[in-house]
Ligand binder design. Structure first.
Ligand SMILES: Nc1ncnc2c1ncn2[C@@H]1O[C@H](COP(=O)(O)OP(=O)(O)OP(=O)(O)O)[C@@H](O)[C@H]1O
Ligand SMILES: [Mg+2]
Length: 336
């Protein structure tokens, strides 16, 4: 079955006594089957909230206030919890942020995985579930005999592989990996990223990779979505967006990627200021208080997403004009 994910005008708030944390404000994007998409942005910009919304597992007091999440044309926001149970883990699953220690340390790994498999498919027998677990261990590069071990006997990298096995246990087509390598050392990070790439390239899994790390996105993903303070500021193919970032926030993020080609005494660009408090976000463009180009309209009017190049969307009042003036400057105006 082909797969498509379409998010339309999604709005998610955490509704609290002291006010509503406006975590996601009208975001829209598509993911096509077999794509690996990176969802990037600073801490607190709403990446995990997007993931939890898709799985309909928002932590209290999160609520989907508006918009739609279509999976194969079905609007997940309309489904009952019971209907959602047929989709969660079986069609869409997730490797949770910081979930490395989610396995119970004193229950054998095989019991935890077979239990998860049998819970979601009542027809499957224990022996078959164990076979699935062993095959998945092999797939993620671990000795299948390891299923007999306890999680406390696993290293951090092995625990994370086991969590990926858990996410794959019910044979999903779409996997969301939320910061899957936080707290792992760099060598193990690279191994986990290779593993995710293998899932996409060899199993045809559609992946949404949530990360702070743009260099990881460049390695694995074909498309990137950049979020800032609950909104998407720019999205496009990795090649387009990395070679020609158009939103000032994306430009700042990309300028801050360390590069081995740059000299060792390189100073990394950083974006001055702090992300806003989403209980009271800025009016107009949410990035305007930190933006060096801010003009009056940026303070008052929310910039719509404009497709400035095929498949490359930017939400900035000034992006098109800035590009035009830069083209004037370097004499490209007539060629575009
Ligand atoms: N359970 C909750 N109750 C209240 N506010 C929440 C809750 N969970 C998240 N938030 C708020 O929602 C916003 C988005 O949080 P979210 O966890 O989605 O960000 P994130 O991009 O995943 O950040 P990080 O990179 O740190 O994981 C933040 O302002 C956060 O404080
Ligand atoms: Mg998060």
């Amino acid at each position: 079955m082909t797969l498509s994910i379409r998010i339309e005008d999604l709005k998610v708030y955490y509704c609290m006594k002291r006010g509503n944390c406006q975590a996601i404000e009208d975001i829209s994007f598509n993911i096509e089957e077999g794509e690996a998409v990176g969802l990037v942005g600073e801490s607190g910009c709403g990446k995990s909230t997007v993931a939890f919304s898709i799985l309909r597992m928002l932590p209290y007091p999160g609520q989907i206030i508006g918009g739609h999440i279509y999976l194969d044309g079905i609007d997940l926001t309309d489904l009952t919890e019971e209907e959602m149970r047929d989709i969660r883990w079986k069609r869409v699953s997730m490797v949770f942020q910081g979930a490395m220690n989610a396995l119970n340390p004193i229950i054998r790994v095989k019991d935890q995985i077979t239990e998860a498999i049998m819970q979601h498919d009542k027809k499957i027998k224990h022996k078959e579930a164990l076979e699935v677990a062993r095959k998945l261990f092999n797939l993620v590069g671990m000795d299948p005999e390891r299923v007999n071990h306890y999680p406390f006997e696993f290293s951090g990298g092995m625990k994370q592989r086991a969590m990926i096995v858990m996410a794959l246990a019910c044979n999903p087509v779409f996997v969301i990996a939320d910061e899957p390598t936080t707290a792992l050392d760099v060598t193990v990070q690279a191994q986990i990223m290779d593993l995710l790439k293998k899932l996409v390239d060899e199993l045809g899994i559609t992946l949404m990779l949530i990360t702070h790390d743009l260099s990881v996105v460049a390695e694995i993903c074909s498309k990137v979505i950049i979020m800032y303070a609950g909104k998407i500021v720019e999205s496009g193919s990795v090649i387009d967006l990395f070679s020609n970032p158009m939103h000032p926030y994306s430009q700042g993020l990309i300028a801050s990627i360390p590069s081995i080609e740059k000299s060792s005494d390189q100073t990394l660009a950083s974006i001055p200021g702090q992300p806003p408090n989403l209980l009271d976000p800025p009016t107009g463009c949410r990035f305007h208080p930190r933006c060096k180009y801010t003009q009056e309209m940026c303070k008052n009017t929310d910039p719509p997403a404009e497709e400035l190049k095929s498949g490359h969307f930017v939400s900035c009042h000034l992006a098109a004009g800035r590009i035009k003036s830069e083209h004037y400057r370097i004499g490209l105006e007539d060629k575009n």
